[in-house]
Design a protein around this ligand. Structure first.
Ligand SMILES: *Cc1c(COP(=O)(O)O)cnc(C)c1O
Length: 403
């Protein structure tokens, strides 16, 4: 429907004001800038970091690293956790450990942070972008199954893309904004096609699917503790796995593949300097102590948003998918087609009012380095979400503000 210019401006203005009103209703009026996701250091962070400095154990050896790894394994139920320098490094290792080789193709959702694609490329492999589901905002396992049955064949090397002749060697779902992907569907497909599942669980620490933690379903998974994630170590990440061999190799590869010895420097393959420093792990140990509480608060905050947007037509608050409990890392709303054209005005209005809001990432296949990468032709849902989604302030402390 086309309105005259003046009327369009009025509608645009009203919608932006309505969204601002709902955000204010959910998290309160502010006179200072509210970031999208703010780190919080309200526990033992200072004590533990001081301990590192006082003892001199700040770098790639020290007791906090192991303590943090044990804590992560206990919290998620993964058998092994290996702490790394950042989430991108963890995902790179995870792909290597899943067996991704140069020249392979790896299935990646079109909607994700660029690291999901970059790490595939670091392996010398090629990301192959696929459609997401409107319900989970993660990979659509049904669409993927019919797509793969159309474009692949099984030959002695394994599953092969008929068009490119390249082997497909892994599926990398990403649990968008903390909402678990359709894990049942993806696991079924991964078993049927004998392809390892590598979860990019960077955003989903604390999210569960049928009661089990994200990051524990795949052969191997990656977490991130960047400054804007649910817990932070400044920079940091972790590889999760239930496989002892993979865990050993993750640690070996992340520590330059050096064979343990008191003084000799012998490396038995090309490794990486990807180990998390002790001083970062010290922060991590303190943050882990707060994690359960923060996930609860973030879920409460999501309820507040849900209530505030409930009666606004044409705008949908993104709720956790069925069978899942989300950590609601980033809250999000989706504008319907009519409102989507006003997205930038809404973003402008929120940011000017000191509520940080942003659109989602540019779809990966639209980025310059991936413009020629293989991709599903029909990715209408990803395209639509790319134009109509807005992320809203999501720090756990916003659930504590008196409204
Ligand atoms: C944050 C993030 C990463 C990478 O984490 P870093 O610690 O910033 O390297 C990877 N994938 C996704 C989806 C992320 O959100």
């Amino acid at each position: 429907m086309k309105y005259p210019i003046l009327l369009t401006n009025l509608i645009e203005h009203n919608i932006a004001k309505t969204v601002l009103g709902a955000v204010q209703k959910a998290i309160g009026i502010t006179d200072t800038f509210i970031p999208l996701h703010e780190p919080e250091f309200s526990g033992h962070e200072w004590d533990y970091v001081k301990k590192c400095i006082d003892t001199g154990w700040v770098s790639t050896a020290g007791s906090f690293v192991e303590k943090f790894e044990t804590g992560l394994a206990e919290y998620t139920g993964a058998k092994y956790a290996i702490a790394t320098s950042n989430g991108t490094a963890a995902l790179h290792l995870a792909l290597i450990l899943a067996g991704v080789k140069p020249g392979d193709e790896v299935i990646v959702p079109a909607l994700s942070f660029v690291a999901t694609a970059n790490t595939v490329q670091y392996c010398g492999a090629i990301p192959h972008f696929v459609e997401i589901s409107r319900e989970t905002l993660g990979m659509d396992s049904d669409a993927l199954e019919s797509y793969l049955s159309e474009i692949t064949e099984i030959n002695p090397a394994g599953l092969t893309n008929k068009r490119t002749g390249r082997q497909i060697s892994a599926i990398v779902p990403m649990h968008t904004f903390g909402h678990p992907s359709d894990i049942d569907g993806l696991l079924r497909l991964s078993q049927k096609l004998n392809l390892p599942l590598v979860e990019d669980a960077a955003e989903s620490l604390g999210s569960t699917y049928k009661g089990q933690h994200c990051g524990t379903f795949g052969t191997v998974s990656a977490l991130s503790f960047n400054g804007n994630k649910v817990i932070t170590t400044g920079g940091g990440g972790a590889v999760l796995t239930n496989d002892e061999e993979i865990a050993k190799r993750a640690k070996h590869l992340s520590t330059t593949a050096k064979l343990p010895h008191k003084w000799n420097y012998v490396h038995d393959e090309v490794g990486y300097n990807y180990r998390m420093p002790n001083i970062n792990a010290a922060l991590g140990c303190a943050q882990l102590e707060k994690l359960s509480r923060w996930v609860k608060e973030k879920r409460k905050l999501a309820e507040n948003y849900d209530a505030a947007f409930k009666n606004i037509s044409g705008i949908k608050f993104v709720r956790e998918p069925p069978k899942a409990k989300s950590n609601y890392w980033l809250n999000a709303i989706i504008l319907n087609d009519e409102n989507a054209e006003y997205r930038d005005t809404i973003l402008e209005t929120l940011n000017v009012a000191d509520y940080m809001a942003r659109p989602t990432w540019t779809l990966l296949h639209k980025l310059k380095p991936y413009a020629d990468a293989p991709a599903m032709i029909d990715m209408n849902i990803a395209e639509n979400i790319g134009k109509s989604l807005i992320n809203l302030p999501s720090s756990p402390k916003l659930a504590r503000r008196s409204r």
